[in-house]
Design a protein around this ligand. Structure first.
Ligand code: ZN
Length: 229
């Protein structure tokens, strides 16, 4: 399994796989719609199909998805009822690094210092990458922020993270990344810019995703969590 994955993709699929077993063929106690929290129709076929992830949603949500999709404002997964109200059934033995839409490490931005590049940045920033998609493949350039933070284990983990990130089907092209941002990432005041955050074994990782063509499309910042080597 990929080391990096999008939250709450597998969680929603897994929860639906369990909920699905209540229909045999009809449900006496139908599970709650993952999107709105109301009970599904006891007859499976009378429910809708999400157009964004392979789960059933209630008929009302099916209609609502069609409308909001047409308007260009789909309901992001982190606003789905099952996610907001923590009804997700987490897959067992999952040690993946989760890409999330909310920042769990604000505090690191409070302590900054000047890095090798002459920028003020969190004093735990080891390096960042800048990538662009040229229509065929990704091109990545690296910038070291603090040489003294480099260790073989950390470098190895950065490599593993990036390899795993670009292995995601959502990163196959700029178009798939754009689609992914609409559902999984944190929006910003700029409609073509999004954020994702991840905690790995050694790092807080901030991904800034830019969905514009002919621009840099991805910045990945690595902040060490264990400053003692
Ligand atoms: Zn619903």
């Amino acid at each position: 399994m990929n080391k990096v994955r999008l939250y709450p993709q597998l969680e929603l699929l897994n929860t639906w796989a369990i909920d699905r077993t209540r229909f045999s063929p009809d449900a006496t106690e139908p599970p709650l719609c993952l999107r709105c929290g109301r009970p599904l129709n006891p007859v499976l076929s009378r429910n809708g199909h999400s157009r964004y992830i392979d789960v059933r949603i209630c008929d009302t949500c099916g209609t609502d998805e069609a409308f909001s999709d047409a308007l260009g404002f789909p309901k992001r997964f982190f606003l789905w009822d099952a996610v907001e109200n923590q009804r997700l059934k987490v897959p067992a033995d999952d040690d993946a690094w989760l890409l999330k839409s909310a920042c769990p490490f604000y505090q690191i931005y409070l302590e900054t210092s000047e890095d090798l590049l002459g920028h003020k940045s969190p004093r735990t920033e080891l390096a960042y990458s800048r990538s662009d998609y040229d229509g065929h493949r990704w091109w990545t350039t690296w910038f070291t922020a603090r040489e003294e933070l480099k260790t073989p284990e950390r470098i190895e983990e950065i490599d593993r993270f990036m390899e795993s990130l670009f292995d995601l089907p959502e990163m196959a092209s700029l178009e798939t990344m754009r689609q992914m941002c609409r559902f999984y990432a944190e929006p910003t005041s700029e409609p073509t810019e999004f954020n994702l955050y991840c905690d790995t074994d050694h790092f807080h990782v901030w991904l800034r995703l830019v969905t514009r063509q002919r621009d840099y499309n991805l910045y990945v910042h690595f902040y060490v969590t264990d400053e003692k080597k």
